[in-house]
Design a protein around this ligand. Structure first.
Ligand code: ADP
Ligand code: MG
Length: 616
């Protein structure tokens, strides 16, 4: 018997197309909304029971059940929560449920295209119409009032009648429309439920009505698809290492154990719980791409919400549950929300505290982790000045001798030698380390930016110098008797010959007495090289800038016997002299950069020739 029918909302015709368009990309949320309502209904009744306003047995089995019937074309959500009386259906469904949609319209009318509405806008019950040709409610209030049936095809007009439901709770039945029938696939629906409700506080069961239950499974207790007590809600002191690792595996399907983690457990000034994991990178080329799953009262909202998380945090993996989040607002609103900023600041501080704490209490482990966590820490420094200030003292610099040094342990901040390619620059590294200098390894994709940042910070006190850009004092041979005039004379005598040999008439040629056995080395000033690297980056893609030809300096080692004999050879044996010049230059070049094919083949035949001469 129809005892009432009417219109749900005068604005519904206007709202519909806009919401439908937006929902198209976020279709999933209908299920999130209906199951959330079921969860709310149970929470409400639990509360009433707790204050003595409802009589519920203490061992009540609270549950939500989602069933799909592909043959009938329906999805049904049941909960044994508070239920609704006829008056409540009128009030909460016919009036209230649509006011959310109305608010939405008022806020975004005319700008729905560019409003970039966050996928978390709660449209609640109304969203069921986006995937249904018809929605039915059967509900019986905990008060014992007669059960009510409600149905609507359009979301605009409804009819109500008696229901024969005889248990407390609410059934929402959606007759799924043709263009949303993917949700009738048990697998799709189940996966969607798992995505949002893996940690729902109430047991959630999934039933595929058309699936035949095997004889041996008939007596088995059905298993909920959620874990109502996720680890992040437990007190950190009660969680074991294995539990943290297992949770990580379950949530992120990453079977490499995380390095360490931070359990966030904040009650004041806001509520926030969660676990952040520092993942182990499998190799240095592993992409730095983390996932932070954001939950709202144990219901999944979205991954990596830029507006509440510091950007660099998204390189980590973790979960955050933030019941105070103002979620049903637009993106632009979230960004301006002071509260949201506070969350971000707070998390940043916790991460910095963890890093400094580890350094102070488990330095050895911290050094071990550094190879994995350094890109994350550096990225954080680049993105967030406050983070940099907090972790500055625990930034580590790995040397070519596998030491991990802090800034204060580096010998000279004014001249921090680094290598970005330890193989190609091996000769320079050897010369420097023999002279007791430290060489730090800065070969990662982020390191160039990071070095610029550090140089810029602290009023330019820090300076990074690549190993091939200058001669360290310690590399010079202090015992040499060669005077400045001797060195200049030597350079003057051979400069033109080296330029001709190198085919570079701008090549600068100098002489120094050095400890190394190398007859000569090539230097490229740090400044000039960075300039060129920048031009390369911002200049034409694919254009080939000859690297540093113009700014190269060839430094002859006056302590080397062959170099010492050059001037004599030039007089007495010009052929041998030419050969020596070429060989000295090529050796220096080879230690500096990869040789082209032609250069390499010339170098090899000349080397063979020299060997032949030596054996005569
Ligand atoms: P909201 O959940 O934000 O209040 P909804 O549109 O999702 O908005 O739901 C509107 C109202 O309908 C709810 O506030 C609640 O009173 C009622 N309602 C919806 N689903 C249920 C349910 N399963 N059991 C009891 N009441 C419900
Ligand atoms: Mg709701």
């Amino acid at each position: 018997m129809d005892y009432q029918s009417g219109n749900v909302s005068i604005n519904a015709e206007n709202i519909f197309p806009i919401i439908k368009k937006w929902l198209y990309s976020e279709k999933d949320i209908f299920i999130r909304e209906v199951v959330s309502n079921a969860n709310d209904a149970i929470t409400k009744l639990k509360k009433l029971a707790a204050i003595g306003e409802a009589e519920i047995p203490s061992d009540e089995a609270w549950k939500i059940e989602v069933s799909v019937d592909k043959e009938a074309g329906t999805i049904t959500v049941f909960d044994n929560g508070i239920g609704m009386t006829k008056e409540e259906v009128e009030k909460y469904i016919n009036q209230v449920a649509f006011s959310g949609a109305k608010d939405f319209l008022e806020k975004y009318q005319g700008k729905a295209d560019d409003a970039q509405i966050i996928g978390h806008f709660g449209l609640g019950f109304y969203s069921t119409f986006m995937v249904s040709d018809k929605v039915e409610i059967d509900t019986k209030s905990f008060t014992g009032a007669p059960a009510v049936h409600w149905e609507s095809e359009t979301g605009m007009e409804f009819s109500m009648s008696d229901s024969d439901l005889d248990e407390r709770g609410t059934y929402i039945t959606m007759h799924v429309s043709e263009d949303s029938k993917e949700y009738l696939e048990a697998y799709t629906l189940r996966t969607t439920l798992e995505k949002y409700f893996s940690f729902l506080p109430v047991q959630l069961f999934f039933v595929d009505v058309n699936e035949e239950v095997k004889e041996e499974d008939k007596d088995k207790e059905p298993k909920p698809l959620n874990n109502p007590n996720p680890l992040w809600l437990k007190a950190p002191k009660d969680c074991t290492e294995e539990e943290y690792k297992e949770f990580y595996r379950n949530v992120f399907h990453d079977y490499t154990d995380p390095l360490f983690w931070i359990h966030l457990n904040i009650d004041y000034p806001f509520n926030l719980k969660g676990i952040l994991y520092f993942p182990k990178l499998n190799n240095q080329y592993d992409s730095l791409e983390g996932t932070i799953k954001v939950y709202y009262n144990q219901v999944f909202v979205a991954d990596n919400i830029k507006e509440i998380l510091p950007e660099f945090l998204m390189l980590l993996k973790g979960v955050i549950d933030c019941p105070d989040l103002p979620l049903n607002v637009s993106r632009s609103f979230l960004q301006n929300d002071g509260y949201v900023k506070k969350i971000s600041t707070h998390i940043t501080k916790k991460v910095a505290d963890k890093l400094t704490g580890l350094y102070n209490t488990e330095k050895e482990n911290y050094c071990k982790y550094w190879d994995d966590i350094n890109p994350f820490v550096k990225y954080g420094c680049l993105k967030d000045e406050k983070f940099y200030d907090k972790v500055k003292d625990v930034l580590l610099f790995k040397t070519t001798k596998d030491e991990y040094l802090t800034l204060s342990e580096l010998p000279d901040l004014n001249c921090i030698y680094y290598t970005d390619d330890a193989v190609q620059q091996a000769q320079y590294i050897q010369m420097l380390t023999e002279s007791d200098a430290k060489v730090v390894i800065m070969g990662g994709p982020i390191d160039n930016h990071f070095m610029s940042l550090m140089e810029y910070k602290d009023g330019g006190k820090m300076k990074f110098v690549r190993v091939d850009s200058d001669i360290a004092e310690g590399m010079k041979d202090q015992s040499s008797a060669a005077t400045k005039e001797d060195l200049e004379a030597l350079a003057g005598l051979v400069t033109e010959d080296f330029r001709k040999m190198a085919g570079n008439d701008k090549l600068a040629v100098k002489a120094e007495a050095m400890k190394s056995g190398m007859p000569a080395i090539i230097l490229l000033s740090e400044q000039a090289r960075r300039m060129q690297e920048m031009m390369k980056m911002y200049g034409g893609m694919g254009m080939n800038f000859p690297m540093g030809e113009d700014d190269m300096t060839l430094v002859l080692n006056q302590s080397n016997p062959t170099v010492q004999r050059l001037s004599a050879l030039k007089e007495s044996a010009p052929e041998v002299y030419d050969m020596a010049v070429a060989q000295i230059y090529d050796l220096a070049l080879l230690a500096h950069q990869p040789m082209d094919a032609e250069g390499m083949s010339r170098f090899i035949s000349r080397s063979v020739e020299i060997l032949e001469k030596a054996s005569k």
